[in-house]
Write a protein that binds this ligand. Structure first.
Ligand code: GTP
Ligand code: MG
Length: 370
């Protein structure tokens, strides 16, 4: 679809338009000065004069690609909500998620500290809820910095025996910045020192006033260990989700966010992605950051092979040529040539940035020795 005119080429190549028109004529192409000529012809012409040609896409092409498409409301359907669990270190985020899933991820983690972000889906009262566990607010910040808005609802886990801590406050601020509704899970209520009222008191100092105290913040007392309050929590999540009226069109090319990715020795780059709109299918051409790919295989959160992943589905994708970054926006692109061009440009940009960083580092090293 790219084209140029004789006039433009003439300016770029410092050759008179008449000469170019004559040259083109000798090549069997008859044109006027303002007529559009295709890329291939322009290429041959430039080469005739010994120019190297760099094909540039219109600047806004990438912006166009990244932009959320306008959706016809008639095509939208309710989608499951995506819930992020946040809170201070050791307040029980992973344990709570485990309790909800009734599996045990904590036990398999090195030292019980979350090593990665996992995303899982559960069902309650016939409705699906997608949970995203984060190793801390850094990951959340990194994702937001890349423009990824993953979560619909934030569960703020606060240990009833420890109260509001620095990372609790940061989580509150992040959620407020992202305009994400917060549900507070006051955890560890089984512990002897547990004091839910003190937690609520401390929360009011940060603008979260519990419903039972006249505010609009839903607080649920839970114990991940004793599996108490979990049903209440799930019900509150579904309530908030319903009010939020979350919709998506499952019949368009997929778009979403990379939750985590790694290089697997046997399978190559493996990316855990969250499909946020559209559906991802086997065979789709996908891009994420500077990585290109074609979906070879997909696994759901229970490790089952699937052929299609709709809105709010966390899925493991095999088929990327490179390992994308957590927080990268991914999308299925119907125009494979366009996908390749955009990825090539991003890779060049990435290399340039890497080069800049190395230069800066070596300069600093140099100054250190002076
Ligand atoms: P990070 O991922 O490191 O930030 O921690 P986390 O918030 O995911 O906490 P995690 O689930 O790993 O729990 C931390 C500790 O608190 C573990 O020893 C859990 O067994 C304990 N714990 C979590 N929930 C409860 C609870 O409801 N009651 C009691 N008594 N202990 C809990
Ligand atoms: Mg954890």
């Amino acid at each position: 679809g790219e084209s140029t005119t004789v006039q433009e080429l003439s300016l770029k190549m410092h050759k008179g338009p008449a000469e170019l028109i004559k040259k083109l004529l000798s090549m069997g192409v008859m044109v006027t000065i303002n007529q559009e000529i295709d890329t291939d012809t322009a290429l041959i012409l430039a080469e005739e004069y010994g120019y190297e040609v760099e094909i540039k896409l219109p600047v806004d092409l990438e912006a166009q690609l990244m932009q959320e498409p306008e959706e016809d409301s008639a095509l939208l359907q309710t989608r499951p909500c995506v819930v992020t669990v946040m809170g201070h270190v050791d307040h029980g985020k992973t344990s709570l998620l485990d309790a909800i899933r009734e599996t045990n991820v904590t036990a398999t983690e090195a030292g019980g500290i979350t090593q990665h972000i996992g995303a899982y889906q559960v069902e309650h009262n016939g409705k699906k809820i997608t949970f995203v566990d984060t190793p801390g607010h850094e990951a959340f910040t990194a994702m937001r910095a890349r423009g990824a808005q993953v979560t619909d609802i934030a569960i703020l886990v606060v240990a009833a025996d420890d109260g509001v801590m620095p990372q609790t406050i940061e989580a509150i601020n992040h959620s407020k910045d992202a305009k994400v509704p917060i549900i507070v899970a006051i955890n560890k209520i089984d512990k002897p020192g547990a004091n839910p009222d003190r937690v609520k008191q401390e929360l009011t100092e940060h603008g979260l006033v519990a419903e039972e105290w006249g505010g609009d913040t839903i607080c649920v007392n839970v114990s991940a260990i004793k599996r108490e309050g979990l049903t209440d929590l799930l019900e509150m999540i579904l309530l908030v989700a319903e009010v939020s009226e979350l919709k998506a069109n499952q019949n368009r090319p997929a778009r979403g966010t990379v939750i985590e990715a790694e290089l697997d020795k046997a399978r190559g780059p493996v990316a855990n992605v969250l499909v946020q709109n559209g559906s991802l299918n086997i065979g789709d051409t996908i891009i994420a950051g500077a990585a290109l790919g074609r979906v070879r295989a997909m696994m759901d959160d229970k490790g089952r092979r699937i052929k299609k992943a709709g809105p709010s589905t966390p899925v493991e994708v095999i088929g990327f040529s490179d390992v994308p970054l957590a927080g990268d926006i991914f999308m299925a692109v119907e125009d494979e040539k366009l996908a390749r061009t955009i990825v090539a440009r991003r890779q060049t940009k990435k290399r340039e940035e890497e080069l800049k960083t190395t230069t800066r580092v070596s300069l600093e090293d140099l100054f250190k020795h002076i």
